[in-house]
Design a protein around this ligand. Structure first.
Ligand code: ADP
Length: 205
């Protein structure tokens, strides 16, 4: 069945944040370029120094985040044959969140909304896994930074991985309305969309 214009996959949106280290490493252009060149459309962008409240709320919008993040972190230790800082995932996440607030409020960030087919999944693929040590070459985190859980935890700080991106469509919708007012996200057409999504690639001749 053909897609109606509203339900068309090209309308999916995701939130991407260039974290303070991404700005300081002069990677703004590189990070934006990778999203643009895959065919996604930038529909919202702003620079700001986040408050503690904005970051705490951002990471706890998803009630499961506390548990998931702790479990992921513990798994990464045990996979390497190392002992995690705690066996209780909630305790692990409490430390992570405290350090995250410090990291994310340390300077300006750029928040963006990107739109396009499978935007959430595509962007997660572009940025790579959470820990730069194990994220794939070819991804933003795999190509531009060399941090690890062992190093960040040893220094009691957040892992520096340049970018944030929403993990699911639901999370993306919640995060976009947390960071952007409705009127700050612009609905417009790119002429190249005919080529990316048009059934007959209209407009070439
Ligand atoms: P992602 O950003 O890949 O979705 P999470 O939501 O699990 O990852 O974690 C949010 C952020 O918290 C990460 O991007 C990273 O900056 C930081 N972080 C997560 N786990 C750890 C950890 N074990 N040690 C230090 N920092 C962490």
């Amino acid at each position: 069945m053909p897609h109606s214009s509203k339900s068309h996959p090209s309308h999916e949106r995701t939130l991407v944040i260039i974290k303070p280290d991404g700005i300081q490493r002069s990677l703004i252009n590189e990070i934006i370029k990778r999203h643009e060149q895959i065919g996604l459309k930038l529909v919202g962008i702003k620079m700001l120094v986040p408050t503690t409240e904005l970051i705490e709320k951002h990471y706890t919008l998803d009630p499961e985040w506390y548990m998931k993040t702790g479990l992921k972190s513990i798994k990464s230790y045990t996979d390497k044959g190392l002992t995690p800082p705690h066996t209780d995932p909630l305790k692990v996440t409490a430390i992570i969140l405290k350090n995250l607030v410090k990291y994310m409020t340390s300077g300006p960030v750029i928040a963006m909304v990107w739109q396009g087919a499978h935007a959430v999944q595509i962007v997660r693929k572009l940025i790579g896994g959470t820990e730069p040590l194990s994220s794939n070459v070819g991804t933003i985190r795999g190509d531009y930074v060399l941090d690890s859980y062992t190093m960040s935890d040893g220094d009691t700080r957040s892992i520096r991985n340049l970018v944030h991106a929403s993990g699911s469509v639901k999370e993306a919708n919640d995060e976009i309305s947390h960071w952007f007012k409705k009127e700050e996200v612009i609905d417009y057409k790119l002429v190249t969309e005919q080529l990316v999504y048009g059934v007959n690639m209209e407009g070439i001749f």
